[in-house]
Ligand binder design. Sequence first.
Ligand code: KG4
Ligand code: ZN
Length: 338
Amino acid sequence: MRVLGIESSCDESGVAVFDGARGLLAHRLYSQTAMHGDYGGVVPELASRDHIQRILPLIRDTLAAADCGLDSLDGIAYTAGPGLAGALLVGAGIARGLAYALDIPAVGVHHLEGHLLSPLLSREPPAFPFVALLVSGGHTQIMQVAGVGRYELLGETLDDAAGEAFDKTAQLLGLGYPGGPAISRLADAGDAARYALPRPMLGSGDLNFSFSGLKTAVATLRRKHPEDATAADIAAAFQAAMCDILAAKSLDALRRTASRRLVVAGGVGANRQLRAALAAGCESLGARVYFPELDLCTDNGAMIAYAGAMRLREGAKLAAFEVRPRWDLASLAAPQPA
Ligand code: KG4
Ligand code: ZN
């Protein structure tokens, strides 16, 4: 089964072709971050308009790179939510229109399911079951994953998402958008031990998170030390606190579920220090940690093509043309034959 995947939930237009027998044939990405950077965050209407301009040329490029024609496709997968309603509708409209014209099925994919399954595209994919740490710009969740569509929520953030905390902290430090990579670069030059920041909910006895207090602590610290020279130390202290919290809760989830596999997905999973902390923690537990390839950590079409293929393989179809700007991942069911 060969599936074209289209991602347009936020500020990245992603297109990919996944082939059940040969794997990922090609994927292409256009990032709008430079355009939104001027505003310090994503402007939804600009995002929708840009997706309209980018997706068709990206589809042509991706099909050419995959050396396949539209007539070789067996299905089209698109991100149906969660995300920005207008941006989602662009991908959904193109996918549904193309599928109708080609007389092949279209399937709406949950964006977080795409992230969750993205490590399965790597050279050494994890086997089910596994614990997943989902850390993106909009979500922070720990999931128990028994198979495709068999997800149990173990814990989640009560306020800001991990990526959001990176982005807001970057703003406080006068760095650009997106904040995660900027904080990470600045932190490399900083001393994480110079300032002590709190680790909210570290001892809460559950697998939930709260990051808004940490952001407030950074704001207070920055007011006390506005000099340019301290920004790197604050960035390093913030990154260290985030890594401590995310690693401690992930390891706790492995212990609670007696699981030996941890999968990390979503944009914050690209953070090098987080990767190192999780790798060391897992080793101490005799567990193994799996990351998506770096370019598949942040939003992309490949994860949507893959998740769509898993669902279309079972004959699953989303009958209605719909997008769901808000959509609970734990509400998904395993694919059922049509
Ligand atoms: O998964 P993603 O591409 O989009 C969403 O679905 O939200 O995640 C984007 C988030 C942004 O908040 C960005 O700042 C963060 O991932 N991010 C990082 C890094 N690269 C991206 N955070 C920390 N360190 C990074 N290296
Ligand atoms: Zn995402």
